[in-house]
Write a protein that binds this ligand. Structure first.
Ligand code: ADP
Ligand code: MG
Length: 381
C-alpha cells in the first residue's frame, strides 16, 4: 500500500474510531499544453500525475457529512448546505455534496478522511483532486447513476459556485478522465475526449516537472480578469467563445478589436488552441520530440500575450532550454506554479540541476523537480 493510501486509512481510524468502507483516489494533473483555453470552449491536453488525493470513506447516519484531512485533522460536519455556508477547505467537499444534491442525486451521508501527496497551490490541481476523490467516493457509496463524462462538470460547479474560484473544466476532467500512459485530448465545448498514447519512457524521453515554489500572487483576481477579457473579446467579435476564431481568421479578428490588452489575450487563446491541435497531430504520429517548439511557443505566448508568468517560471524555462530540453513551458493557471520540460530521459537530472543552479544565481527559493509519468484517473482502490 502506498504511503498516502495508508495515511488516509489511518486518518479515518483516528478521526472516527472505525474502519472505512473503502478507499478512492483521484490524481493531480499536468497540462501538457492548452492553457486558459478551457473556459474559451477550446482544447486542452493534460495527463494525470502519479501524485493523488485519497479519500477513505464510509456511510454515515443522520443526514450529515463529516470530512477531515491530514492537514486539518478536526472533522468539519455539515448537512445539505447552500454555497457560502461551509468555508475554508471544507467548502470543496461541501461543494461536491451540494452540486450532486442540486443535480437531483440522493447523496449518501458519509464520513470521509483525506490524505494527499499532490502539492497544494502549485498549479497541479490539488483542489480538483480533492473534489474528484470525494465525488467518486460518494457516487460509489450511493450507487449513483452518474456516468464518468458527466462527473467533471459537477465537480467544476462545486469549485465555481461553492468555493467561488472561476476555473474552467480542465482540472476536474483531467483528474476524473485521464488514463495511465495516455494524455487526454479534451474538447472543452463538447466534452469529447481522445486518449492519446503518451508513453515517453518507451521513446527515451521524459517530462520533467519543475515546481517553481514561487509564492502565488493575486491568482483569483488575475484569473478572473483574464476570463473577463476573453469573454469581452468574444462578444466584440460576435462569437460564442474565442474557440470560434481560427488561426487563419486571427489577423482580421485582431483588427476588429480596439483594445490592445484584448488583442493580446485573444492572440494567446487562438494560437494556443492551434498549438494543442498541432501537438495532438504530432503525438498521434509518434513524432514526440517535435512537440518541443510548440511547448516553448506556448510559454512565450503566456508570458507576452496572456501575461500570466512570473520571473521564477521564465527562468526555469530558459534554463531548461539552455540545458538542451526540446521544449519547456509553464503549466497551470499561472502566477507561479510549475514548469514542464520535454527532455531526453538521461538528461532529466542534469536539466533539474541546471534549473536549480539558475535559481541560486537569481537568489530564488530552490525549485523541486521530478519526472512525471502519466498515471490513472479517479478510481476506487
Ligand atoms: P491547486 O489546485 O493548484 O493545488 P488551489 O488553490 O486551487 O490550488 O487549491 C488548493 C486548496 O485546496 C487548498 O488551499 C485547500 O483548501 C484545498 N485542498 C487541496 N487538497 C487538500 C487536502 N489534502 N487537505 C485539505 N485541503 C486541501
Ligand atoms: Mg485548483
Amino acid at each position: 500500500m502506498s504511503d498516502v493510501v495508508a495515511t488516509a486509512q489511518a486518518a479515518f481510524q483516528d478521526a472516527y474510531g472505525s474502519e472505512p468502507a473503502g478507499l478512492w483516489a483521484a490524481p493531480g494533473r499536468v497540462n501538457l499544453i492548452g492553457e486558459h483555453t478551457d473556459y474559451n470552449d477550446g482544447f486542452v491536453l493534460p495527463f494525470a500525475l502519479p501524485q493523488r488525493t485519497v479519500a477513505a470513506a464510509a456511510p454515515a447516519t443522520g443526514g450529515q457529512w463529516s470530512v477531515c484531512s491530514t492537514l486539518v485533522p478536526e472533522p468539519v460536519t455539515f448537512g445539505i448546505t447552500e454555497p457560502g455556508e461551509v468555508t475554508g477547505w471544507g467548502a470543496y467537499v461541501a461543494g461536491v455534496v451540494w452540486a450532486l444534491h442540486d443535480a437531483g442525486f440522493d447523496v449518501p451521508p458519509a464520513r470521509i478522511a483525506i490524505a494527499s501527496d499532490v502539492p497544494l497551490g502549485s498549479g497541479l490541481s490539488s483542489s480538483a483532486a480533492l473534489e474528484s476523490a470525494v465525488l467518486t467516493a460518494l457516487a460509489d457509496l450511493g450507487g449513483l447513476d452518474l456516468p464518468v463524462e458527466k462527473r467533471p462538470a459537477l465537480a467544476q460547479r462545486a469549485e465555481n459556485l461553492y468555493v467561488g474560484a472561476p476555473t474552467g473544466i480542465l482540472d476536474q476532467s483531467a483528474s476524473i478522465r485521464c488514463q495511465r500512459g495516455r494524455a487526454l485530448f479534451l474538447d472543452c465545448r463538447t466534452y469529447q475526449v481522445e486518449q492519446i498514447p503518451f508513453d515517453l519512457a518507451a521513446e527515451g524521453l521524459a517530462i520533467l516537472v519543475i515546481n517553481s515554489n514561487a509564492p502565488h500572487q493575486h491568482v483569483d483576481g488575475e484569473y478572473g480578469a483574464r476570463r473577463k477579457s476573453c469573454e469581452a473579446a468574444a462578444a466584440a467579435l460576435g462569437v460564442a467563445a474565442l474557440r470560434d476564431v481560427g488561426v487563419d481568421e486571427l489577423p482580421a479578428a485582431l483588427e476588429r478589436l480596439d483594445d490592445d490588452v484584448m488583442r493580446k489575450r485573444t492572440r494567446h487563446i487562438v494560437t494556443e488552441n492551434q498549438r494543442v491541435l498541432d501537438t495532438v497531430t504530432l503525438l498521434r504520429s509518434g513524432r514526440t520530440r517535435e512537440i518541443g517548439p510548440l511547448l516553448t511557443a506556448s510559454h512565450t505566448s503566456m508570458r507576452d500575450d496572456f501575461e500570466i508568468t512570473v520571473a521564477q517560471v521564465d527562468v526555469a524555462v530558459q534554463a531548461a532550454l539552455a540545458a538542451g530540453a526540446y521544449g519547456a513551458r509553464m503549466t497551470g493557471g499561472g502566477f507561479g506554479g510549475c514548469v514542464l520540460a520535454l527532455v531526453d530521459a538521461d538528461r532529466a537530472e542534469a536539466t533539474a540541476a541546471a534549473v536549480a543552479e539558475a535559481y541560486a544565481e537569481h537568489s530564488f527559493t530552490a525549485p523541486t523537480s521530478w519526472v512525471a509519468v502519466a498515471g490513472p484517473g479517479a478510481t476506487r482502490l
